[in-house]
Write a protein that binds this ligand. Structure first.
Ligand code: 5GP
Length: 125
């Protein structure tokens, strides 16, 4: 899958549309999700044109990979989530329901988040 530079996170990175920023450095930008699924729901994106985790881990330079993952940890700390706990998640591709084709890690927190996936999954479709 090739990178579409018209995706909404590419526009946020270019400053073409606003975001509610919580953190930025040379490798990453973090901002509040527009439709939060938890009391704290922040997205961390790398500063580079990568569709998803598969693209990023195969093609990103190591300094960007290190900087990006370090930023995820820094953001969780900055949000005071380390002590109470938090969840990180990244969707890749259709089965995951990835909506925005620019790699992003969700950080969820601020309440007891419950089990990781739907409890009523029956092993079928
Ligand atoms: P995905 O389903 O791709 O893992 O998650 C995409 C996330 O991006 C969703 O949680 C959605 O609410 C969020 N989102 C989509 N458009 C915007 C936007 O314009 N601004 C912000 N801050 N979040 C967005």
């Amino acid at each position: 899958m090739s990178y579409d530079d018209k995706n909404v996170f590419a526009k946020i990175l270019r400053g073409e549309i606003p975001c509610n920023k919580v953190y930025e450095d040379d490798h990453a930008l973090a901002f509040h999700d527009i439709n939060p699924q938890a009391p704290v729901h922040v997205l961390v994106i790398p500063k580079g044109a990568y569709v998803s985790m598969a693209d990023f881990t195969a093609n990103a330079p190591e300094d960007l990979m290190v900087g990006f993952f370090r930023a995820v940890g820094l953001v969780a700390d900055q949000l005071d989530l380390v002590e109470p706990g938090y969840r990180i998640m990244a969707n890749h591709g259709p089965d995951s329901h990835q909506e925005v084709p620019h790699l992003h890690i969700h950080i969820f927190g601020g309440k007891r988040l419950g089990p990781m996936l739907m409890r009523n999954w029956d092993g079928g479709e």
